[in-house]
Design a binder for this molecule. Structure first.
Ligand code: ADP
Length: 429
């Protein structure tokens, strides 16, 4: 195959040429392209499931080298502070020497790709003015040819993916296209990995999802075993249903929590009667309470004020406290809801006759995902209800907590200003 002898590399992957993908009769080699595609899809799946940035970058360079039949491949990421490109991963044997090495954006091949956000084919580096042999000297690797593409995610170019020295023939536009596909997946994966690192909630979420998912996997696996009898199968299906419900509750709670944490939660104020809201909430939990033989009593101070707040959000908090009072109660126990006022404020409390809260747990109840050690024996839960409630009440200018323990059970309360003004959400729970 003739060596291209252009002095300057084409500024973008050129239009299709006859020799693309090396078909014998000059036609594109579709089976080879399909094989590449399939491999690319496989690699995309791996990339999507990797959140460790170092590992992710190594997978990307390995894939780039393999898919383009190259001797080596590198990723350079743009440092927005210095506007330089830094080698972050390379398949080169002496990769360690390159770690942290930077090249300037101006006057480098990688810089050109980032600035133009276009693929670039350099068939002969020795003839390209942008080529800086300094890096080769450092690694004792002789770069003859390069194909490079920008790494772009969310309309932002974050770096460059390059393949070096095609082993068989010259780089062509199929290589540039393949690398562009890979770069599209890779850039999203890199951005996700970065966002992931920034978000404790997501890290915790993945951790929390693992348990029900493992249970679902193990249970469905058991269901397929021929030796299971009908009774065992019914039990397994019950487990499947319980874990699926838990997953569903987790996703709803995660969303709520994420909205509250990121300040994207919407609050809508309206004027309503607190007494009506309390009655409405009690009616919602009454069937569950009755099922456990629980007596629900209310002591609402006469003349409870009309408040201006976010009714739906206050309802969510109220329901969480009531549901907990049902879940963690003893059979045939009771729940007492009280409401009282002080100037400008209203206080609601929910007392139960349940397992109570051990002193060591009391300070941790409002932490995300915290569940007292024996909670699972009583009921399933996500450990997000109370932290969500705290965020909401604080945003509404109120306060939520646990009252000193009485003879049995526990009493939660929340105070709300009669007229709420939205308060900035604190970032500590
Ligand atoms: P969940 O109930 O989904 O676990 P919450 O955030 O609502 O999550 O509650 C966190 C933990 O606080 C519960 O797991 C439980 O250990 C404890 N808790 C909450 N309410 C009560 C209650 N009324 N009585 C005893 N323990 C409670």
């Amino acid at each position: 195959m003739a060596r291209a002898s252009t002095r300057k590399a084409p500024s973008r992957a050129p239009a299709p040429r006859k020799r693309r993908a090396a078909g014998n009769n000059g036609q594109p080699d579709y089976p080879a392209l399909m094989a590449r595609m399939e491999r690319l899809i496989e690699i995309s799946h791996t990339l999507a499931s990797t959140l460790d940035q170092g590992k992710l970058l190594r997978q990307i360079v390995d894939a780039a080298r393999e898919l383009t039949g190259s001797e080596a491949s590198s990723i350079l990421l743009l440092d927005p502070h210095t506007d330089e490109l830094r080698f972050e991963a390379t398949t080169n044997l002496r990769a360690a020497e390159l770690e942290g090495v930077t090249v300037p954006r101006a006057g480098s091949i990688a810089g050109w790709i980032v600035s133009h956000t276009e693929p670039l084919l350099v068939p002969d580096t020795s003839k390209d003015k942008r080529w800086d042999p300094g890096v080769d000297e450092m690694t004792a690797f002789h770069t003859r040819s390069i194909v490079g593409v920008p790494l772009t995610a969310r309309e932002q170019t974050i770096g460059v993916l390059e393949a070096l020295n095609k082993q068989d023939g010259l780089y062509d536009e199929d290589d540039a296209t393949t690398l562009t596909w890979l770069a599209a997946q890779a850039a999203v994966a890199i951005v996700n990995a970065r966002l992931f690192l920034q978000s404790d909630l997501v890290a915790e979420m993945v951790h929390e999802l693992r348990t029900p998912l493992t249970a679902l996997m193990a249970t469905s696996h058991l269901l397929l075993r021929p030796e299971m009898n009908d009774e065992q199968r019914r039990e397994l299906v019950n487990t499947l249903q319980r874990e699926t419900r838990r997953l569903s509750q987790l996703t709803t709670d995660f969303l709520d929590m994420a909205r509250l944490e990121s300040g994207r939660a919407r609050f809508r104020f309206e004027i309503f009667r607190m007494a009506d809201l309390i009655d409405e909430c009690i009616e919602i939990v009454r069937p569950q309470a009755t099922e456990r033989g629980l007596q629900v009593t209310t002591h609402l101070e006469a003349g409870l004020p009309i408040v201006e707040s976010d009714r739906d959000k206050v309802k969510q908090v109220m329901l969480n406290l009531l549901t907990n009072a049902v879940k963690y109660n003893r059979p045939n126990g009771s729940i007492t809801v009280e409401a009282s006022t002080s100037p400008g404020h209203v206080r609601i409390s929910v007392a139960d006759t349940g397992k109570g809260i051990p002193a060591a747990a009391a300070t941790r109840l409002f932490e995300k995902f915290y569940r007292a050690p024996d909670s699972d024996q009583y009921a399933s839960g996500t450990g997000l209800g109370l932290p969500i409630a705290k965020r909401i009440i604080e945003a509404l200018g109120g306060d939520i907590g646990l009252l000193p323990a009485g003879a049995e059970g526990s009493t939660f309360f929340f105070d709300l200003p009669q007229v709420a003004r939205l308060h900035a959400l604190s970032h500590e729970v």
